[in-house]
Design a protein around this ligand. Structure first.
Ligand code: ZN
Ligand code: ZN
Length: 282
């Protein structure tokens, strides 16, 4: 089923997800239209690998930004009949596995040739900087806890397989599209800016919000609400925390994301739900 969508339906979504409560200065990195183009790309594809998992050394685990968004996007794609797999590395695997995100695939260098996905999505996954190292937002080298999963995106870009990056800090896969802007606008930008580009880049105040925004965009394109309910989203976050995830800012094992309360997350999801429910038929 296709559905005629007024393209301005995407503008309010872009505005909601660009909310920048952390004051990171992401506004200049936002490219209007990218959300729409990414949604259009995904709705016509067959098989997607979703990469997520950002390791927080101070918490000894994967952070709470990334997996919830990946899960929501995976559920939405699966309900459209698109094949989905979640990819992360050994350091973040216990959280995704413990939460019950399936099918779960541990990264290895031959993944792309073995799985032959028709698109790749990265949600809050660190990518290499200009010096080849992996930096967190504080400028700390986290290479010891990070497999070169971004290499799969370089391979895909070279092979003509479309890629989508979702990030919120400038150091994530996809930020190669706007690396000069990251260098100019983000704290420690010249050091941490990821150089790995993607076909489309979605920049959000919190990466989970970018993923929800993409699901909202898919919902507009297919005329069906594919977003999680508030209860589902909370259950998924709780499962991710129960599996050991920590907040990326506080490093504490709590149901907060980037130091922001659940209420802040819920408010963003409710805003997206109200847009989608106003336009879709179901
Ligand atoms: Zn980030
Ligand atoms: Zn984040």
């Amino acid at each position: 089923m296709t559905f005629q969508v007024p393209s301005q339906g995407f503008t309010p979504i872009e505005r909601i997800i660009a909310n920048d409560p952390g004051g990171r200065g992401i506004a200049p990195l936002v490219r209007p239209g990218e959300l729409h183009d990414a949604a259009e790309l995904l709705i016509a594809t067959r098989s997607v690998l979703i990469v997520t998992g950002f390791f927080i050394p101070a918490g000894g685990a994967c952070e709470t930004d990334g997996p919830p968004g990946a899960w929501a996007l995976g559920d939405a794609l699966a309900s459209l009949g698109i094949e989905v797999g979640y990819v992360t590395d050994a350091a973040c695997l216990p959280v995704l596995g413990g939460a019950g995100m399936t099918p779960l695939i541990e990264y290895d260098p031959n993944l792309l040739t073995r799985h032959k996905p028709t698109a790749l999505v990265s949600i809050e996954r660190v990518g290499r900087a200009a010096d080849g190292k992996y930096y967190n937002m504080r400028g700390k080298d986290i290479g010891a806890f990070t497999a070169p999963v971004d290499d799969m995106f370089l391979q895909a870009n070279a092979a003509g397989i479309p890629t989508i990056g979702i990030g919120d800090g400038g150091n994530e896969i996809g930020m190669g599209n706007v690396r000069e802007l990251v260098a100019a606008n983000i704290k420690l930008g010249p050091t941490i800016a990821c150089v790995v580009p993607t076909t489309h880049l979605i920049v959000a105040g919190v990466s989970n919000w970018g993923a929800w925004g993409l699901v909202a965009g898919l919902s507009l394109l297919c005329g069906r609400n594919l977003l999680p309910t508030v209860e589902q989203a909370r259950r998924q976050l709780d499962a991710i925390v129960a599996a050991g995830a920590v907040d990326g800012v506080t490093a504490r094992p709590e149901a907060t994301v980037d130091g922001l309360s659940w209420e802040r997350q819920e408010a963003i999801l409710r805003s997206l739900l109200s847009i989608v429910q106003g336009i879709t038929t179901e």
